[in-house]
Design a binder for this molecule. Structure first.
Ligand SMILES: *Cc1c(COP(=O)(O)O)cnc(C)c1O
Length: 431
């Protein structure tokens, strides 16, 4: 059963359902978890993550490929471990993520390093541990990497991130493949960049990559980007520089609120047809999915603190806030919010807001909910870009996290205390 009493049926994310009046993830009661660990609490389904990964694995079966999970979507160690054990490499964007990746047990050769602003010390550490590839985003970065690698007597494996100038048709803040944003090297400069890279003694060209945006719900932009990438590969190889792998980035969307992105296996079925038609079907494929592996695997449980009805608006004030779930405040993003133990009562229309002192601190607007103070709500699709973007604003400790596997629930991150937050600070000496 997946519908609330008095409301039309709706599709809950996989592995989440109502059972005997309570929301359950796999075989675990979410109410039970909230009582045990307190709120706000992030809870993730292992089966949902592995199910999302399996769709990519099916789509790419029989092809030489490497799936590198873009760990900025959710970089909690046990989440990384889950995906790494299932065969994923990792796409990192900082030295901090590199250390997390290593701590989670990834083979360094399966790590690729993306991002426009890598520092010398980050490059050095990544070369030291032997990562698989640097996705380089500018000519200046290429030269610094060449210098750092030569200084260590090494050759850095590189791929140039191309800006294919295609419109991913998504929110402007998460669109990355258009000319006017900071990512990648412009299409027309790519060939010269490869010629230059191939001549650098500290570099070894291994691939080419792109990443056109996030929360993409159509196949068209991927096909357009693929065509542009293959045109470039053709030109680069005609100039005598061999491209071993082609990395098509991440960006596939999830269902937040009736969104209908293609399934990963269907998407790849179509992309592989195009790749085969153009004669590149045997080339090693890399992909960097983030959100689509973890987004719908997570919920954030929160308790209603106060009901505050008003003339214009009714507010449900909950104990989760923009510091825990920054996407609504940052992108006006929509997360569905449901009752954990629905009451058999007529719903009212509420704005669900947090305790942080900002008008931007809302989690959902105009939601039909029958809730009273003390009730639990679940913010759905909270597995990606929530905990990894969480902050300590208002000196709020970051939430705890639990991973569910069948009937078992494991605390994978303890709730952050005030002492944890004060640990790195010092008072001034006494006068
Ligand atoms: C963020 C990012 C990804 C993952 O994007 P999703 O939309 O989460 O799939 C992949 N590659 C790069 C370079 C990124 O910056």
């Amino acid at each position: 059963m997946s519908s609330l009493p008095g409301q039309p049926p709706m599709n809950l994310p996989p592995f989440i359902s109502y059972h005997a009046g309570d929301l359950v993830m796999e075989g675990v009661s979410l109410k039970q978890l909230a009582m045990e660990h307190g709120t706000p609490l992030f809870v993730y389904s292992r089966a949902a993550m592995l199910g999302a990964l399996a769709a990519y694995q099916r789509g790419l079966a029989g092809r030489s490929h490497q799936i590198c999970y873009a760990m900025k979507a959710n970089s909690t160690l046990a989440i990384l471990q889950t995906l790494v054990r299932a065969g994923c490499g990792l796409d990192i964007v900082s030295g901090g993520e590199l250390e997390r990746a290593l701590a989670a047990g990834v083979e360094p050769g399966k790590v690729i390093f993306s991002g426009v602003g890598k520092t010398r010390s980050e490059m050095q550490r990544a070369l030291e541990v032997g990562i698989g590839c640097f996705n380089v985003e500018s000519r200046a970065e290429l030269d610094v990497l060449d210098d750092v690698a030569r200084g260590m007597g090494l050759r850095a494996p590189v791929s140039v991130r191309v800006n294919p100038n295609v419109d991913a048709r998504t929110h402007p803040y998460i669109s990355t493949g258009l000319k006017d944003n900071k990512f990648g090297i412009a299409h027309e400069d790519v060939l010269a960049t490869y010629r230059h890279a191939a001549a650098c003694a500290g570099l070894r060209v291994v691939g080419i990559d792109c990443h056109i945006g996030s929360q993409i719900t159509q196949t068209g932009p991927y096909l357009d980007a693929m065509d542009r990438m293959l045109d470039l590969v053709q030109n680069i190889e005609a100039a005598g520089v061999r491209i071993e792998h082609i990395d098509f980035g991440g960006g596939l969307g999830i269902d937040y609120h009736g969104d209908e992105p293609p399934q990963a296996d269907d998407l790849w079925h179509q992309l592989l047809k195009r790749l085969d038609a153009r004669g590149y079907g045997q080339r090693k494929i890399y992909i960097e999915p983030g959100r689509s592996l973890v987004g719908n695997a997570g919920v954030c449980l929160t308790e209603v603190l106060y009901c505050k009805p008003g003339e214009q608006k009714n507010f449900l004030i909950v104990d989760a806030a923009m510091n825990d779930l920054p996407r609504p405040a940052m992108y006006q993003a929509y997360h569905r919010i449901v009752e954990v133990s629905p009451r058999n009562a007529a719903p009212l229309t509420w704005d669900v807001v947090g305790p942080v002192c900002e008008s931007g601190d809302w989690l959902g607007r105009d939601r039909a909910l029958a809730a009273q103070s003390g009730d639990l709500l679940a913010v759905l699709s909270a597995g990606a870009y929530c905990m990894s973007m969480a902050s300590n604003y208002n000196t709020r400790g970051r939430a705890a996290e639990v991973l569910v596997d069948g009937d078992t629930a494991t605390l994978i991150r303890a709730r952050e205390s005030a002492a944890d937050q004060l640990r790195l600070e010092s008072l001034l000496p006494s006068v």
